[in-house]
Design a protein around this ligand. Structure first.
Ligand code: ATP
Ligand code: MG
Length: 221
């Protein structure tokens, strides 16, 4: 579907994350990247066990995957990739991008979408040099974070990252904040898609510090 015209160049945005839960900061950041860079499609890739969050309890993979599917369902050019969840274990972006570049046609270019906080740590990620070779980095400015410092860090890493810096109307929200607000019974309807919120309620997520439902992961790829 991305390579229908072999002579044309296609741009695929890839947005990785824990999405615990997915919120409007994630979806707006993806929308900004898609609009500003004319991305043909955006692929959301929920992590199995994120390497930076190994010491934290996170909601079950199937719940996070379900919420990402719900939040992206209305956008015809967005899809969800369950590859990291299917792979299990610690998720590494380099492996995900490697897998994508192996199975996609050569006329598809990958753009990895992230926020400023992720850009700041990118040079320390597993196999970061390989990430630089496999994808352009698209950073959507995250409020409260220092874009210039993050960009300087990536540029001085010497790893050869190509970075596009974007800003747009992206709400200042984090999943941590959403989980805390839900736990204390506060209103998050301006931060989270109402259908995601309905899922959170019906599955009893984030009520007492541990959102994990322990369900078996059935992955539809
Ligand atoms: P947590 O608080 O649990 O770390 P989070 O809100 O940071 O959650 P992640 O799943 O860790 O969400 O983030 C996935 C990606 O989305 C990261 O690259 C992150 O920088 C980016 N991102 C998340 N929220 C925003 C936002 N409000 N604006 C811009 N980028 C964001
Ligand atoms: Mg985060």
């Amino acid at each position: 579907m991305l390579s229908r015209e072999p002579s044309r160049h296609y741009e695929l945005g890839v947005m990785g994350g824990t999405f615990d839960p997915i919120h409007l900061g994630h979806t707006r950041a993806a929308a900004v990247a898609q609009r500003e860079l004319a991305l043909d499609r955006v692929l959301f890739v929920p992590a199995s066990t994120p390497s930076f969050k190994r010491d934290r309890r996170i909601a079950g993979a199937c719940d996070r995957l379900a919420m990402v599917r719900i939040a992206t369902a209305d956008e015809p050019l967005w899809s969800v990739c369950a590859e990291e969840i299917a792979r299990g274990g610690v998720s590494y972006t380099s492996e995900t991008l490697e897998g994508l570049s192996t199975c996609l046609p050569v006329n598809v270019r990958l753009s990895f979408i992230l926020g400023t906080d992720s850009l700041a740590t990118l040079p320390t990620w597993h196999d970061a040099g390989r990430i630089a070779q496999l994808a352009r980095i698209v950073c959507v400015s995250r409020r409260g974070e220092d874009d210039d410092a993050a960009l300087r860090g990536v540029e001085t890493s010497g790893m050869g990252f190509e970075v596009s810096m974007l800003s747009g109307d992206v709400p200042d929200v984090s999943s941590t904040q959403v989980r805390e607000l839900i736990r204390e019974g506060s209103d998050v309807s301006r931060l989270v898609d109402p259908r995601v919120l309905a899922y959170v309620r019906s599955h009893g997520l984030y009520r007492d510090g541990d959102g994990s439902t322990g369900c078996a992961v059935q992955v539809r790829r």
